[in-house]
Design a protein around this ligand. Sequence first.
Ligand SMILES: Nc1nc2c(c(=O)[nH]1)N[C@H]1C(S)=C(S)[C@@H](COP(=O)(O)O)O[C@H]1N2
Ligand SMILES: [Mo]
Length: 523
Amino acid sequence: MSTRNAEPRLPAGSPRRGNLRWAAAAGLVAAGLGVAAGELLAAGVSPSLSPVSGVGSVVIDAVPGPVKDAAIALFGTADKAALLVGMGLVIALAAVGAGLLELRRPPLGAAVLGLFGAAGLAAVLSRQQFSILALLPPVAAGAVAVLVLRALTARIRDLAAARTPEDAAVRRRTVLTSVGGGTAVALLGAALAGIARGGQVGVTALRETVRLPMPVRPAAAVPAGAELAVNGLAPLVTPAADFYRIDTALSVPLVDPDQWRLRITGMVDREVELSYAELLAQPLQESYVTLTCVSNEVGGDLIGNARWLGMPVRDLLARAGVRPGADMVLSTSRDGWSASTPLEALTDDRDALLAVGMNGEPLPLEHGFPVRMVVPGLYGYVSATKWVTELRVTRFADETAYWTDRGWGERGPIKLSSRIDVPGRSPVTAGAVTVAGVAWAQHTGISAVQVRVDDGAWQDAELAPGISADTWRQYRTSVDLAAGEHRIAVRAVDANGVRQAEEKRPVLPDGATGLHTIRVTVR
Ligand SMILES: Nc1nc2c(c(=O)[nH]1)N[C@H]1C(S)=C(S)[C@@H](COP(=O)(O)O)O[C@H]1N2
Ligand SMILES: [Mo]
């Protein structure tokens, strides 16, 4: 039987079309196996930096601030998941292209996958957590992808060379089992990598063994009445699980507390190095501090209040001996992120902390385990470095930090602001309606909160006692509302008598201003 005679008996339409489909699948399987191999290997040899997390971090650092803000606004804390899905789609598209290209113009398709491996390598090389071992996963990922694609494509090409229908069937079965088997292995590998992503499991276990010492100076007691019993009002102390999370880390940096060291460097009389055990052995103190993100829109929820346990940063700086002329401390995290904090905010009486505990527990991994900074009165981007590893005493004139390099203000004092939590979105019944929320002016304090309905007069709300000037305060009042649509606005006055700015300003470059105003439907 001649080849020509055999051809029409090949099932399922044109073999060429079928081959293209196989080639696309081969590309996907090759890329999938490559990614799975890279992530799996990374879980073993380089848990804090894998090819995927490296590329993702480069993307995060590269996108302009406004795009980043839009992504946070759009996806909230799912912004990282959205990025991963996006990366997956890009890789899948390129993989399909590589499969088709490899069938038609070998070895161009393999070269495309090789380039992806090289991109992973470049990304890993550019990261602060870079280590020699971190080079292996992207190399392995690229190599696996290239070899698998070459092997699968060779089999797909073999399809065309079948001389008899029986031969064609055997060859098709070979392609089917290789592609199917490859898919299964890729899925299994991805699942295992996910599980072993598992340095995380290890550090979680280490975190559970930590026993925090009692504070030498406990936090000020929460005054009676500070927590108003209003449904829907943010709790006075935010549980860690509900605390907002903002950082540029695609995968949470995994820091073994026994390996952790903090170095105090720069304009100091002597460099100081501190281990976690040494830090826990210092006299620690506890205080409530309300943390706020500069990206918090008026009325937003990128704010939370917690009880932090730690060592005053000023004690450490004193030990190192700050040289004259310094005016800034550049704190750097394990993943290379940095913040520039005015030296004064770390040495004055505000009790800036090198924190190890949050609400009585060791810091959660995503909030900076094992050690982070907490500085009352300053936005997080200039002060709240998580997974902190170095404090360099320096000068604003000499060095800049992650977000200040990207157009955000050099100093980041938190702006006086307030938020309405209640009523929420659902319609309310006409009559007396409770309005409640929170107001903050960290390190200055709040003296009054006022509420206004439509264009009426401002009326004082009941202001609950505060824990300290560094924490937010709850307020509540009751307004009379007739059926229809109404606007309710809130404004706060700080302890110096300064009234909250009404002018609407965006979060960039140093925090939003304007009054939180809600619309209520009354029935
Ligand atoms: N290492 C590191 N620390 C960081 C950041 C970061 O991106 N990386 N973001 C900062 C910002 S912008 C804020 S608002 C706070 C948020 O702290 P939280 O996630 O514990 O709420 O962390 C700060 N510390
Ligand atoms: Mo932030």
